[in-house]
Design a protein. Structure first.
Length: 367
């Protein structure tokens, strides 16, 4: 537990006190945000706000985690390293996207296919390594079984070794792409994605803590409902490091933001969120824990589908919302930005509480 507290405290201290230096540096480098012309006009005042704040979040997370482990004389686990790899890997994809935007002075960075390729490369490496390192009484960090509160009976490996691994890689890529793009969509208002991620990623600290104390083979464990998750306590340390980093970053990212996390941050946060869900064997539970991400992404999908259908049938495309994602709809309805952010935080919190509650109920009554 000392490593958990140290990791979270150190990462928070770094983002809280060192972020101003990064703000100054990014201004000198002219790494400012470029605002879409077709977005809400009220966002034009944010033009030039330092972006790539994800660099600060990732750096603080890594320092916090490794210092926490070092101070506690512990060796980093394979599971934790995989989660951090996912965070850094997708952070680099986002950094490339942000750099192109700032370097070419435009609101579009990587093309869609380039981003898909980058996310795919990171997901493939993660998925293949996550099935390794079994032995000595330890299971591999990930499982080929689809999981909800724990592994279900749906095993992709049942289709055979080759097809099973291919299906597993595709499944992991889907989870990684879905979560990273969803957090990216959520990052549309000052502090929105930061606050929501504190809660959704923080949920895995609770899950890791519970799984650690209910690990199969311990004396206090109910055998019928124990967990086989590998390194749950160390995944808790990772979650604590990320939450601490986000807590300090939120001080500077809240409205009016002094710095924006950019794709560097949003893709990294979506990646580590997916990695924690995969490694704690709670993949489908992410839909509930990240409920706000699902709602906002769903609003974009609904808007596009409805527009295309009505344009095909009538020749004139119609929209369900004034603008998507949903938070922009409420902006155009006249809601203040801070009002939208706080109310959406409430929604995110309720989703996390629901997910954690269901997780506990399944442990109590499900097995």
């Amino acid at each position: 537990m000392r490593a958990v507290l140290l990791a979270g405290g150190i990462s928070m201290a770094i983002t809280l006190f060192v972020t101003p230096a990064f703000i100054w540096l990014f201004r000198r480098l002219q790494w400012g945000q470029y605002i879409r012309e077709d977005g809400p006009q009220s966002h034009q005042v944010k033009h030039g706000t330092p972006t790539m704040g994800g660099v600060v979040i990732i750096t603080a997370t890594l320092i916090g985690y490794f210092f926490g482990k070092l101070a506690n004389f512990e060796t980093p686990s394979v599971s934790a390293l995989l989660a951090l790899f996912m965070m850094v890997g997708l952070g680099l994809v986002g950094f490339a996207d942000d750099y192109i935007k700032t370097h070419k002075h435009r609101s579009l960075g990587l093309t869609g296919w380039q981003k898909i390729l980058g996310q795919g490369l990171v997901a493939v490496v993660f998925s293949l390594f996550s099935l390794q390192f079994a032995g000595g009484g330890l299971s591999s960090p990930a499982s080929t079984k689809i999981s909800f509160f724990r592994d279900t009976n749906i095993d992709l490996y049942a289709f055979g070794p080759t097809i099973g691994i291919v299906l597993f890689v595709i499944w992991i890529y889907f989870l990684v792409a879905a979560t990273s793009n969803a957090v990216n969509i959520t990052d549309g208002l000052d502090g929105l994605a930061t606050g929501a991620s504190i809660m959704s990623i923080g949920a895995f600290a609770i899950i890791g803590f519970w799984q650690f104390h209910q690990t199969c083979g311990t004396l206090l464990t109910q055998v019928s409902s124990c967990y086989t998750t590998r390194d749950p306590l160390d995944l808790m340390v990772v979650a604590s490091s990320v939450v601490g980093a986000l807590g300090g970053f939120l001080w500077w990212n809240t409205s009016p933001a002094k710095i924006i996390m950019g794709d560097t941050g949003s893709l990294a946060l979506g990646g580590v969120f997916a990695a924690l869900g995969i490694l704690t064997h709670t993949e489908l539970l992410m839909v509930i824990l990240g409920g706000l991400y699902v709602i906002l992404t769903g609003s974009v999908i609904i808007q596009r589908i409805f527009f295309k259908i009505t344009k095909w049938r009538t020749g004139t495309g119609r929209r369900v919302f004034l603008m998507s994602p949903l938070h922009h709809h409420f902006e155009l309805k006249g809601w203040q930005e801070i009002t939208i952010v706080v109310r959406f935080w409430v929604v995110a919190g309720l989703c996390v509480l629901t997910g954690i509650g269901l997780f506990y109920i399944e442990w109590t009554y499900g097995s």
